[in-house]
Design a protein around this ligand. Structure first.
Ligand SMILES: [Mn+2]
Length: 320
């Protein structure tokens, strides 16, 4: 039993939370959330480098590591009101997707068995499928809240490759882990791969909200819609950083021009108090294309806000 730690770089933890060891359940049995890194880019079709994503996200922090991280918007503290520990990374070989993804699945399964919520730092979006498998086994078909500029519901890539950053949200439906009728995909826009990008998601049963619909219809109305549809369900939140405009998140695999700003996406996220999150990830962080840590800062902020959302729901439940 020994902690693997981060795959690259020094052994630091997200926001300085205590570390734990995936092989030692006693080290996280009292936790409510466990941070896990998925340093993987073997499902990448375009700009490789998300294997360094977890490292970049953990490195982007300047506040004192004093176990407190208050959220102005949610009036809660993602570290004080919630017991969070960091398991380090899962060892994932980007040269072999078939062996790498099951390793993450096994890690997430350990955590769900211990009753904790995994928050995974990616890694390209192929890592969502092993998360869905582990969470689906524990909780049944999940309601998915998927932020992304792409639907990721393609069948195959590169002449028959079924596992990639662009196929997890089709595989998840096919394998029965996603209840698509209870799920939403938010932020889609061009460049489209083909005319059918949106339709293929609708055909699977997803509700799709394009970037234009999100911004033209208003963020408050969209937040209401998300809460109305997903409240009462076990929710997996998957946040692909490329949902945001490349001006605010250049460090991604596949940037798409013309997206919401960092402020707009954070405003939406912070409006989602009440969701029963059983798992979450922040994916597609690629520091090789970042500038001034813009993207890493946003990814770390999104992860911290996810902690604040979980803390807020638990606090609301405690106070009735
Ligand atoms: Mn994606």
């Amino acid at each position: 039993m020994s902690r693997y730690g981060p795959q690259f770089g020094p052994d630091i933890t997200f926001l300085g939370v205590p570390s734990c060891d995936l092989d030692d359940p006693a080290s996280y049995v009292d936790a409510e959330v466990v941070i896990v890194g998925a340093p993987f880019d073997g499902g990448t079709s375009y700009r490789a480098g998300t294997r360094f994503g977890p490292q970049a996200i953990r490195m982007t922090d300047y506040l004192p590591h004093d176990g407190s991280r208050p959220s102005l918007a949610l009036r809660t503290d993602g570290l004080l009101d919630l017991h969070v520990v960091d398991a380090g990374d899962v060892e994932m070989y980007s040269g072999d997707i078939e062996s790498a993804l099951p390793k993450l699945e096994a890690a997430v399964e350990k955590l769900t068995r211990a009753g904790v919520i995994p928050v995974v730092l990616g890694g390209d979006h192929s890592i969502a499928l092993p998360e869905l498998r582990a969470l689906g086994k524990a909780h049944g078909p999940l309601a998915v809240l998927h932020f992304d500029s792409h639907t990721d519901t393609w069948d195959t890539y590169f002449a028959g490759q079924r596992h990639s950053a662009g196929t997890a949200f089709r595989r998840g439906v096919e394998e029965g882990w996603i209840d698509a009728r209870a799920s939403m995909q938010i932020g889609m826009r061009g460049s489209l791969f083909s005319d059918g990008d949106i339709q293929q998601s609708l055909d699977l049963g997803y509700e799709v909200v394009t970037t234009d619909q999100m911004l033209d219809g208003g963020l408050e109305a969209l937040a209401r819609r998300v809460l109305e549809k997903l409240r009462g369900r076990k929710v997996f939140l998957s946040f692909d950083l490329d949902v945001v405009d490349p001006a605010f998140a250049p460090g991604v695999q596949t940037p798409e021009a013309g997206g919401p700003s960092a402020r707009e996406i954070l405003r939406l996220l912070r409006s989602l108090r009440g969701l029963d999150l059983v798992g979450a990830d922040v994916v597609e962080m690629n520091p090789s294309y970042d500038a001034g840590q813009i993207s890493a800062l946003l990814a770390a902020t999104v992860a911290a806000e996810i902690l604040a959302l979980i803390a807020a729901r638990r606090r609301d439940a405690r106070s009735g």
